[in-house]
Design a protein around this ligand. Sequence first.
Ligand code: HXC
Ligand code: NAP
Length: 287
Amino acid sequence: MTDPTFSPTLLRDRRILITGGGTGLGRAMGERFLQLGARVIIASRREALLRTAADEMMAAHGGTVLPIACDVRDPEAVERMVATAWEHFDGIDGLVNNAAGNIASPTERLSHRAVDAVLGIVLHGSLYCTLALGKRWLAANRKGRVLSIVTTYAEGGSAYVVPSAAAKAGVLAMTRSLAVEWGPRGITCNAIAPGPFPTKGAWDRLLPDPSLLDAAIDRIPLRRPGALDELTSLAAFLLSDAAQYINGDCITIDGGEKLKGAGQFAWMGSLTPEQWAALEASARKAT
Ligand code: HXC
Ligand code: NAP
């Protein structure tokens, strides 16, 4: 199929490693990158799932997908995974830190193991992967791109997903810090902050009930969740030559959801025409 947005050579010959690339947004990004000429490595815990995903992705789009089982919480496993991928493709050009875990819960109900699970996957996992690749890029004097998938609450925090909020804030801090530290040596670091995108992993865990989904969509000015191709377009652009000068930024893609929550008067979207008329009348009387 012809790509609706980009030239099919946008990512030609790029070798891109996607953690959590067998499901959800990670798999969608992998498929789009393949369509745009990249070779892709997908890494996560479930080996059988990864193998099936790789076969399906190659059957649908051609190209090469290398599946590697790896728990990103284990630094030695990350080192082995990156070494295998690097050797297989004679280098890697881009890393997408996409693997994540999240638990929606009143924070006082969480055990320390629950906290460790989320911080381990998101914060430690992203740092281990970034370091393993960054060291290789620096040693070989090669360029590299790091793209981390965070969340809209990475910046301002969020109740009820506290370990995830803390971990994603850390990944954002890593992104901005390394953009400055490694930028002069040819490595750029950016992030994407998605609003709600329908994936089984996120939906089943965080929005399993239709009423929860309705409440989530009601918060979005565009009144719908994001479409996968909207996110994959942004990711492909950020990994392409067109985005070479973007470094240390975090692009929000959420239909305006974050800003609606931020505006002190945003709740007024629910006022009726009669209430607006009454408000105007009192305001005019007051002047
Ligand atoms: C309280 C919970 C819990 C829950 C697990 N735990 N679920 N505590 N409420 N709902 C506790 C367990 O009891 C255990 O503590 C500890 O957490 C670790 O659980 P395990 O199941 O042993 O861990 P593990 O198998 O490593 O699983 C990690 C996980 C799981 C994070 C808990 O959910 C997972 O694998 N997630 C990966 C995929 C995912 O989360 N995708 C969604 C990403 S969406 P004890 O003390 O009992 O041993 C996202 C953005 C959201 O990040 C934005 C959406 C709009
Ligand atoms: P998902 O399908 O559940 O993706 C999570 C992926 O992480 C899975 O492929 C999982 O694979 C992998 N993973 C989990 N623990 C791992 C570990 N220890 N080691 C290696 N891989 C691990 O959910 P998603 O919605 O696509 O989320 C993808 C990214 O988008 C995440 O960073 C998430 O925070 C972010 N995000 C999503 C949304 C949304 O609305 N969907 C919104 C904002 C941000 P295994 O189970 O095989 O390990």
